[in-house]
Ligand binder design. Sequence first.
Ligand SMILES: Cc1cc2nc3c(=O)[nH]c(=O)nc-3n(C[C@H](O)[C@H](O)[C@H](O)COP(=O)(O)OP(=O)(O)OC[C@H]3O[C@@H](n4cnc5c(N)ncnc54)[C@H](O)[C@@H]3O)c2cc1C
Length: 590
Amino acid sequence: MLFTYPLNIISILFHVLTISSLQTPLVAAHCPSCKAVPNTPSWPCPSAWAHLNASTGGRLLRPTPPGALCHPDQPAYNASACPALQAAWSTYDFHQRDPVSSMWNQFSNDTCLPVPGYPCSGDGYPVFVVNATDPKHVQFGVRFARDHNVRLVVKSTGHDYVGRSVASNSLSIWTHHLRGIRTHASYSPKHCNVLINHTAVTVGAGEDMISLYTHLDALNQTLIGGGGQTVSVGGYLTGGGHSLLSPRYGLAADQVLEMQLVTPTGELVTANECTNTDLFFAMRGGGGGTFGVMTSVTVRTYPTPNITNLSLTLASTDTASPRVWEMVSYVLSQFPSLAGSGVSGYSYLFNTIPNPLAPSSNTSVSGLVAAVVLQDAPSSDSLTSLFSPILSHINQNWPDVFVQTNVTTYPSFLSWYNEHYDTTETGLDTYIGSRLLDRAALTANLTASAEAFRRLSSGGVATAYLVSGPGVWNADPRGGTSAVLPAWRRAYVHSTVGVGFKPLNATARAEAVEKVDYLLQGLRRLAPGMGAYVNEATPYEPDWQHQFWGDNYDRLVEIKRKVDPDDVFWCHPCVGNERWREVDGRLCRV
Ligand SMILES: Cc1cc2nc3c(=O)[nH]c(=O)nc-3n(C[C@H](O)[C@H](O)[C@H](O)COP(=O)(O)OP(=O)(O)OC[C@H]3O[C@@H](n4cnc5c(N)ncnc54)[C@H](O)[C@@H]3O)c2cc1C
């Protein structure tokens, strides 16, 4: 909000508008080959935008490029405020509070970074934003984009790793302020003759993880949520949503009992197991920004577990030796049996990092650090007992690997989370890549997996998250099925890797894309039939349609064609986007 100005003056001129205008849209008379762009006859005239502003009660923003404070050629220039902006840029919080910013710079083509001397323009960002606080605002925005052939994007926090929540020459619906949290002892979905005898919570689509965890913790409850404090329900859940608690209870998409959404025709509808069942299927894993704008969702909640956490470091200063990767692949081969005993957690594989166990020694190490947990364990020894044979095996076979362990118990999920949430930095130019790994990938050939994990980590740090297991495989989503990649139902581990690159450098960007592809190749060979998690992947994943959605893809495209025949919603990599392509910032029919 700080860097934007609402169109209040125009709003005063066009103040007498009510929701009834939703029923009288201006319908585009023909099928233009490209979406409208500013400064051409195709772009809506100022009075049309003013009309939209008035109908949303003055909630149309014309955003200032997020880095403008640092640029003398920009009206918003403020030299003394620039250092604070530069510091905030690396935080997730900044990007979620800004109406258009996205956390990785390349998705707005580096068009206004907070670096004096770099170029700054709004070219990489939406031209207008509906700052929605009510589903009505979303309806007005969607109908406007449809009727005026304007490219539409949906942004909640801009935390998207594949760049779906920002686009140039577009109107953006900003869902960040769609808030509200209401708990239920049991739940009856609308138009269904069913009582779901399970605790639940209805939340606004803009709610973030820390707000939800905090609210529910006060009631001794929690929900299936993500590791980043500011990640929002909207993009997280529509992409599937894994959690520390998933191996016990399933993915976030598996928890949904009901959803309210605005469809591509601008209707506000309920989707559940009895009504709008296609949308109910698609919105649970079929990807954000594709089938509509979720305005609120009802999900199951659970009693908060107590958590026993083992922080584990396994590292070797012999960073050149392949033996350390044999040790890493041995540890990861134990994940299936650990998951069978209820263990979940996050592990990080590193090629060469400064020695964390001897920071002043000027040495580097390779290996693995992890935070693994047991929920509601009978005693704090339970987790140690599960790991002691693994650690003995390491001592015997890799005596040069040093081992550090630390066990802590936490009385609730939130108390664990407050110490273990994702504290990485953002505001960079980075691509990440993803692979889901099943039992065979982790256990069948440890020589091959050692090589695959060595390659994966050769760019720096990679992850192997133990976030799937029995709860995901045996999940019972309402209505019997959901759109998440079926490979989740046999996965144990979600593994990722990231590659950073210099901004404003097309060669560096292309090299980063290639490098992510190269780093992933070992895992793809290891787990050929699995796939990747759309929310934490590279937008350049080959055969992304099937890698992200598997056999669900065809049904998802059918639903997309039915609910959005005119492609009001378009993003990449998103279901059914094959009929359009981006050409110099313009979206045109293929
Ligand atoms: C620090 C951090 C930690 C993370 N931890 C986890 C984790 O533990 N588990 C996990 O599964 N993922 C995790 N993620 C990945 C996360 O799921 C994705 O980044 C997700 O896309 C974020 O959604 P968002 O709404 O916050 O972001 P946005 O960028 O705003 O949106 C992402 C996508 O969803 C769409 N979208 C957003 N809101 C809506 C809505 N209301 N209706 C329809 N479409 C919508 C957008 O158009 C876009 O396509 C993490 C990400 C970060 C940055």
